[in-house]
Design a protein. Structure first.
Length: 151
């Protein structure tokens, strides 16, 4: 399957997450089982800027990680037979490099590195103006794809 894009509504259907907790506005290109390019346009109206570090509003690190997770997990949910199946986060190793401010556009490149017997490993990098602001390595489990014990 070739790459395709996803709107906010389509992302919400795959992830079962809606605004305000949906941390990506659209996916510019997704290649199921391989990669996704997610985009979040940050504005003064984003709810977290009103309550996080109000003197110098910045996107919370946990939400940066969530944006990377949401982009990466779409590479699994868009695979044939995986839509609507649960995927659970197993591990996160993240690095927050720089602050993200209102008016920034966060572009997330996520790559699924491996998917074997229900265990997925992937990586994501978030950039603003071509500069890395966050990155992470993630492991997920898809119980519906895990081998069942014999007997």
């Amino acid at each position: 399957m070739e790459g395709f894009s996803l709107t906010t509504g389509e992302i919400s259907r795959y992830l079962e997450v809606t605004p305000p907790f949906l941390m990506i506005d659209y996916v510019d290109e997704i290649k199921p089982g391989k990669s996704a390019l997610g985009v979040k346009n940050l504005t003064d109206d984003d709810w977290f800027f009103k309550c996080h570090m109000r003197r110098e509003p910045t996107m919370p690190g946990a939400l940066q990680i969530e944006a990377m997770l949401q982009t990466l997990v779409l590479t699994i949910y868009t695979m044939k037979g995986h839509e609507g199946m649960p995927v659970f986060q197993v591990s996160v190793k993240a690095k927050l490099v720089s602050k993200i401010y209102p008016g920034n556009q966060l572009i997330i490149q996520a790559n699924l590195l491996s998917y074997k017997r229900g265990i997925a490993k992937g990586a994501a990098v978030g950039k603003v103006n071509d500069a890395t602001v966050c990155q992470g390595e993630f492991t997920f489990a898809s119980p519906h794809d895990m081998p069942r014990p014999q007997g």
